[in-house]
Structure formats: structure tokens, C-alpha cells
Design a protein around this ligand. Structure first.
Ligand code: PGA
Length: 249
């Protein structure tokens, strides 16, 4: 079911005290009740974030997971570990994972399967690089990422998937896709979903925009017909800014 969602991706920021402080600050903000709000702190803060948010409507998301259930994978975290501390949603395919940690479409398809098999929900991230937009291949790139990462799934499995379109050139750069560019791509995403599955599924999936969303541009982005919210990086590290983005709908 399509929902309005604003999720904060903290990336590798904030120590334990700072993480706790930010969550307390967020809890003291008034957040629109019709928006699903969540934060994605680093792994080491997830447990305390879950207990801190248990008396609030703020959800807690992991930034990544490994595809195996357990085993000799030093430094990695599995879906069952996340579930065991009360985390039921994971980001997969963030462009920083793809670029710096060499996560391929094929690997991401494995992670998607592992997450869904274990009953997790996921926010699947994808988007084109600047050169791809400049060469006008951005629609093909996005279609390819969706096809390789997700199109082996059954329609029923899409109940647990949220999409996050994040043009790489807009992430952390202060450059945002214009509302028209975001809408154009989100409409493309729904048309690809409709062609692969059906219109009902395409209309039911929440598609977030990510890439330098700020209080000043959130309202215009979120007012686009096919934009259901945002995945927020830098601005999610400030409670007032994040709350203003949540309340921009
Ligand atoms: P940004 O990051 O808002 O800092 O551009 C977005 C993201 O990477 O999810």
C-alpha cells in the first residue's frame, strides 16, 4: 500500500551520545501523523535507537545487511541479527554501497532475497550517475537496476518493498533533481513496474526521492504526483530540518 514516508539515512555519522541526543530531539518535534517517519543510524546505535523510539512512532532502519544467514563473514551483520534487536527494515543498494563497496546488481538481488526470506521490509535504492544523465541513458540505467535487482520477485513480495530513486549526482552535493526531473523519473519507474507486473502494483508501491532534500525544497518535490516522500541524508542529522521535511507534505 502506497504511503507517505520520510526516512533519515545517517550514514557513518554520530557517536553514541550524539545519536541518542538526535533521537530525543526528534521525539520532541511535532511530526505529521500521516507520514511514516524512520531513521537509519549506524549498526552500533540500532539497539539503543530501537529502545529510545519504542514510545514513539519513529521507526528504525538498518543501512545494510549481509546476504548470508550467518558464518565466517568478518565485519558483517545478518538479517536475523537485525530482527533480534527489533529492526525490521533495511536499506539496500545505496549508491555509496554500490560505488565504494562494489555492490553489484547481482549481489543486491541476493540481499533482497535474503531480507525478504527473513521477513524484513526493504528500501531499495538506485539511480543514475551524472554522465549517464548527460548521455541521456538515465531511464535505461534505472530500468536495468530495477530489472536486475527486483524483477525476479513475485507481485506478492512487493508488499514489503519501498523504492528510493536517488540520482547519484544529487547525493550530498547540494544539487537536487528539479521537481519535474524527479516526477519524470518516478513516472518512468511506475510505467516500468506496470509493464513488468500490472498497473495496480505500480500504483501501490511507495517511491521516495533522495538527493539533497532540504526543508527549502521538500514541499515542491513531495507535491509531485508520483513522489511519495524522501530518503534524507545530510538534513536528517538536524532534528528541526528533518522535522520540517516530514511536515513538508
Ligand atoms: P543527501 O543524501 O540528502 O545528503 O544528499 C541522500 C542519501 O544518500 O540518501
Amino acid at each position: 500500500m502506497r504511503k507517505k514516508i520520510v526516512a533519515g539515512n545517517w550514514k557513518m555519522n554520530l557517536d553514541a551520545a550524539e545519536s541518542q541526543k538526535l533521537i530525543e530531539e526528534l521525539k520532541s518535534q511535532s511530526l505529521a501523523a500521516n507520514v511514516t517517519v524512520a531513521v537509519a543510524p549506524p549498526f552500533v546505535h540500532l539497539s539503543s535507537a530501537v529502545s529510545q523510539t519504542s514510545d514513539s512512532s519513529i521507526g528504525v532502519i538498518a543501512q545494510n545487511m549481509h546476504q548470508a544467514k550467518s558464518g565466517a563473514f568478518t565485519g558483517e551483520v545478518s538479517s536475523s541479527m537485525l530482527k533480534s534487536i527489533g529492526v525490521h527494515t533495511v536499506l539496500l543498494g545505496h549508491s555509496e554501497r554500490r560505488a565504494y563497496f562494489h555492490e553489484t546488481d547481482a549481489l543486491l538481488a541476493e540481499k533482497v532475497d535474503a531480507a525478504l526470506a527473513d521477513g524484513l521490509q526493504l528500501i531499495f535504492c538506485f539511480g543514475e550517475e551524472l554522465a549517464e544523465r548527460k548521455s541521456n541513458t538515465h531511464f535505461d540505467v534505472v530500468t536495468h537496476q530495477l530489472t536486475e535487482g527486483l524483477f525476479h520477485l513475485t507481485a506478492a513480495q512487493w508488499e514489503n518493498i519501498v523504492l528510493a530513486y536517488e540520482p547519484v549526482w544529487a547525493i550530498g552535493t547540494g544539487e537536487t533533481a528539479s521537481p519535474a526531473q524527479a516526477q519524470e523519473m518516478h513516472a518512468h519507474i511506475r510505467s516500468v513496474l506496470a509493464a513488468k507486473y500490472d498497473a495496480h502494483l505500480a500504483q501501490g508501491v511507495s517511491v521516495l526521492y533522495g538527493g539533497s532534500v532540504k526543508p527549502a525544497n521538500a514541499q515542491e518535490l513531495f507535491s509531485q504526483a508520483d513522489v511519495d516522500g524522501g530518503l534524507i541524508g545530510g538534513a536528517s542529522l538536524n532534528a528541526a530540518d528533518f522535522a520540517a521535511i516530514v511536515n513538508a507534505f
